[in-house]
Design a protein around this ligand. Structure first.
Ligand code: GTP
Ligand code: MG
Ligand code: ZN
Length: 336
């Protein structure tokens, strides 16, 4: 099937009428539209499956109830966390008629698309989950941090499966995490098995919307189950032999924390490319580099071999860690 292309004028017109609808929510002319659909009202996208979405009603008698909805033709893609205007329909299938403005959007690179694929909207925090197994590949945390900084969503680094650490592994990982704490990132340790660290995590997540990201199998869904009593979303054993996750979660889904705040579970990723970012975004994505950026002798300094490089100097003086600097070089040179 070929996708119908819209002219600029059409797109503008559609956007216009969506905006107009968005501002008309709750007004009295809803009833006089001569179709079988119910009153326009606000909703929250809990999950999306292509052109179908699960919408939670936010107002009226059904507030809190989920409705399966279709998207009105020509609507832009919606993602979990989007706020929308929708109308109930027959047999509990509704229609989303407009999307409301987003304050943030998390997208992940997709090797099949030129554009990054949107994952979740209106997110306040990205919880980067890592674990002793599957072990994070080198630079993965830095890649996530750069991506989070680029979309200006605050990250939190969470080491899960704390129960699996022996004294040696513990010391090594602790040192790594201390580096991140030193440059200003919040770091938490937790275990869904021993339930360690869950109260602290719960307290951090209260009253905001957080998305859990990380490799398949690190325990994102298990953590969400542990934080929400009675919830039983699917989790998957690691593959025997490779100790890799099995990509159990396949679509982003939003859950409400009993003590306030929303959590979005997301599918694990195999790799995290940053090809969609330019060099400047990657440089500022390393937050501790910011003090030195723009101070190199050459304006287009690659920070690799030029004389008078302020970043190299900061590295020599111990203001920047070698690990982070090497991550930066690997990312700008597209190497692992
Ligand atoms: N030892 C230990 N195992 C855990 C812990 N948390 C989760 N697991 C196990 O790790 C495996 C993967 O957990 P999931 O919650 O499915 O991982 P996920 O990150 O959601 O994975 P995807 O949905 O594939 O991205 C399961 O076998 C869990 O029982 C923990 O704190 N300690
Ligand atoms: Mg999962
Ligand atoms: Zn330089």
């Amino acid at each position: 099937m070929t996708k119908r292309r819209l002219t600029h004028q059409q797109t503008t017109r559609i956007r216009h009428s969506q905006q107009e609808r968005a501002t008309r929510v709750g007004s009295s002319d809803n009833e006089s539209r001569g179709d079988d659909l119910g009153v326009e009202q606000q909703g929250l996208i809990i999950a999306h499956f292509g052109r179908r979405v699960d919408v939670e009603a936010l107002e009226g008698d059904h507030a809190g109830t989920l409705f399966r909805c279709h998207l009105r033709t020509n609507m832009e893609t919606l993602v979990t966390g989007d706020r929308v205007v929708w109308r109930p329909g027959k047999e509990d299938v509704g229609v989303v008629v407009a999307s409301l403005p987003r304050h943030s959007l998390l997208a992940r690179p997709d090797s099949h698309l030129h554009q990054p694929k949107p994952v979740a909207a209106n997110v306040d925090r990205i919880v980067i989950v890592i674990a002793p197994e599957p072990q994070a590949y080198a630079n993965l945390i830095d890649r996530y941090l750069v991506a989070a900084e680029a979309v200006e969503i605050a990250p939190l680094i969470l080491l899960n499966k704390y129960d699996l650490l022996d004294a040696n592994a513990f010391a090594e990982l602790d040192q790594l995490l201390e580096q991140y704490r030193a440059i200003g990132y919040p770091v938490l340790r937790a275990s869904t098995k021993s339930e360690r660290g869950l109260d602290e995590l719960n307290a951090q997540l209260r009253d905001s919307t957080s998305v859990f990201v990380g490799q398949s199998g690190v325990g994102k869904s298990s953590l969400i189950n542990a934080l929400i009593p009675g919830l039983d979303i699917r989790v998957g054993e690691l593959s025997v032999g490779t100790a890799k996750g099995r990509h159990t979660t396949t679509t982003a889904r939003l859950f409400h924390l009993p003590s306030g705040g929303d959590l979005i579970d997301s599918p694990g990723i195999r790799e995290f490319g940053l090809d969609h970012l330019d060099r400047g975004q990657i440089e500022t994505g390393f937050i501790e580099f910011r003090d030195w950026l723009g101070r190199c002798k050459f304006r287009d300094c690659s920070h690799e071999h030029e004389p008078g490089c302020a970043l190299q100097q900061a590295l020599a003086d111990g203001h920047i860690s070698a690990a982070r600097f090497n991550s930066f070089i690997a990312i700008v040179n597209h190497t692992e």
